[in-house]
Write a protein that binds this ligand. Structure first.
Ligand code: BJW
Ligand code: ZN
Length: 228
């Protein structure tokens, strides 16, 4: 993974053309709650049903969605470039896997995994819709999605692999992310400072634009297939 010359770093925008709303911007607020209020360790104990309604709604949307040409282009780049390519994603939706990407560094977890807050048991749960809400473990404890909430550290192995990939990249593609959420967004600076050329694929400006060698304004599903 570490020796890859091309590294793609993706965010929610790559799944927008699959019909999955991104987190920020007008479409990103669910029932007027910003993601910081729901993707938080404090939210679950205070209102588990509300948090799980959000996740259940998202799982239903993701379940119906299909990978789009942007996801498929990255899978094809990996197929052609093999170990010269690394994919680091902030997404939890699993669409990169379904598009055929093979080696994926998942920085923020996986929405289809659940973990018990009492006994820590982790399991896959692809039931949509989930019934009853909130779901519970066989031990009676509350289940939570195995994703990274605000204020929590990223999975150590995944973060180390991402840092190594960023530091060794020759080309670092930043696709469909607002580059606002750290430490993930810091990978762009790391790649740049280690000598990578940075390309951004996004219809809108982001704070990472100032680090970019190339800014490709537009939708990932239109731009990425043209890079093949
Ligand atoms: C398209 C498109 C198309 C649309 N084609 N593009 C340093 C500085 C400042 C703050 C911090 C810092 N270090 C830590 C923090 C705090 C915090 C943070 O960053 N806050 C900021 C919001 C200010 N970070 C954390 O808490 C992290 N943990 C941490 O740092 O631990 C250490 C620590 C411990 C204890 C105390 C303090 C620190 C954890 C962050 C976890 C983020 N989790 C989420 C939820 C995951 C689970 C779930 O899915 O429910 O991850 S939040 C959400 O944001 C999700 C995403 O992965 C993440 C990034 O969002 P993303 O992917 O960029 O989406 P959007 O919606 O923001 O942007 C979409 C983009 O696509 C837009 O630009 C569009 O234009 C574009 N687009 N259509 C291409 N077709
Ligand atoms: Zn349990």
């Amino acid at each position: 993974m570490g020796a890859a010359r091309i590294v793609a770093f993706t965010g929610a925008g790559i799944s927008a053309e699959s019909g999955i709303p991104a987190f920020r911007g007008p479409a990103g607020f669910w029932r007027n709650y910003p993601p910081e209020k729901l993707a938080s360790p404090q939210a679950l104990p205070s209102d588990p049903r509300l948090v799980w309604e959000w996740y259940d709604w998202r799982c239903q949307v993701i379940h119906k969605a299909e990978p789009n040409p942007g996801h498929r282009a990255l899978a094809e780049i990996e197929r052609r470039a093999r170990d010269q390519f690394a994919l680091v994603t902030q997404n939890v939706d699993g669409l990169h896997d379904r598009a055929g990407s093979y080696r994926i560094v998942k920085l923020h977890g996986d929405i289809w995994q659940v973990r018990c807050v009492v006994c820590g048991t982790e399991q896959r749960n692809e039931q949509v819709p989930l019934e009853p809400l909130p779901p519970r473990c066989s031990c009676g404890g509350l289940l939570r999605p195995a994703v990274v909430w605000f204020g929590k550290t990223l999975p150590a192995g995944a973060w180390e692999q991402a840092v190594e990939a960023a530091q060794r990249a020759e080309v670092f593609l930043v696709i469909g992310t607002s580059a606002l959420v750290y430490p993930a967004a810091g990978l762009v600076q790391m790649a740049r400072h280690s000598g990578a050329r940075v390309a951004i694929v996004n219809p809108d400006p982001t704070p990472a634009d100032e680090l970019a060698d190339w800014i490709l304004r537009g939708q990932a599903g239109e731009i990425l297939p043209r890079l093949l």
